[in-house]
Design a protein around this ligand. Sequence first.
Ligand code: SAM
Length: 240
Amino acid sequence: MNSIQAAAATGPGRPRAAAALRRWVADETWVKRLLTARRWMSRAYFEARYLLPDPWRLATSVYEHRRFQASLDMLAARRYGRALEVGCGEGIFTALLLGRCDHIVALDFSRLAVRRARRRLAGAPGVEVRSLDVRGADPGGVYDLVFCAELFYYMSRREFEEVAARMIRWVAPGGDLCLVHGTSVHDAAPRADGAGAIGEMSARVIHDRFCRAPDLAVIRDRRLPRYRLTLLRRQEAPRG
Ligand SMILES: C[S@@+](CC[C@H](N)C(=O)[O-])C[C@H]1O[C@@H](n2cnc3c(N)ncnc32)[C@H](O)[C@@H]1O
C-alpha cells in the first residue's frame, strides 16, 4: 500500500492516514514530476520559473544559505583543480564553490539562468558558464569535483539512470562527486520496489543509486531532516 492508499484507508488508522495525506499534499516532489512529466516540459518549466529572478530565493533564504554551507562542509578542506557544477542556475552557489576550486565549468539548460550566471560571475577568474542539457550531451573531459544539487527529481527514472551512468564517468580518478537533494515523503515511506508513482525521484532513490555504483566509494553521507548530502570518491586508476 502506498502513502496515498494508506491515506485513503478508513478505520482505526484514520488520524495517521489523514496525517499521511497532509504530508503527501504538502510535499513538492509530485508537483515537480507532474510539471516536468514530458521531456520538453522540463526545460519550459525552468524557463517559466526563471522569468522572475532567483525563483528559489537562494540569495536571501536562511535555509538555502545553511544548505550551501552544509554543502561546502561536505567537501571538508579538500581543494579541487577542475570542477563541474551541474544545474548551476543563476550561479549563486557557483560563486561560493569558486573559493574551493581553480577552475569551474558551471552548466545549466535554462537560457535565462545561464545569462544571469554569466553576468553574476563576469570577471571572476577560472569560471566558465555553459548552456547544456545533461540529458542529451556530455560537458566533455573529466573533473576533480562534480557537484550536483537539486537536479535529478526533475527527470524521469529512465532519464536519471541514463544521466547518472554518464555522470560517474565525468569524475576523474581520485575525484569527488557531491550530491545534495531535498528529502520528501518518498524518503520517509519508501515503496518496496522504489518505482512507479509520480515523485519516485526521491533523495533516497537518487543518492542510493550512486552509493551502489561499483566505481565510487562513499566518503560521507549525511541525512538531515530536509535534505541529504553525499560525497563519493572515484577509485584511482590502477597503476602499471
Ligand atoms: C532547483 S534548481 C537548483 C539550482 C542549484 N543547483 C541549487 O541547488 O540551488 C535546478 C537547476 O537545474 C537546472 N536543470 C534541470 N534539469 C537540467 C538538465 N537536464 N540539464 C541542465 N540543467 C538542468 C535548472 O534549470 C535549474 O537551474
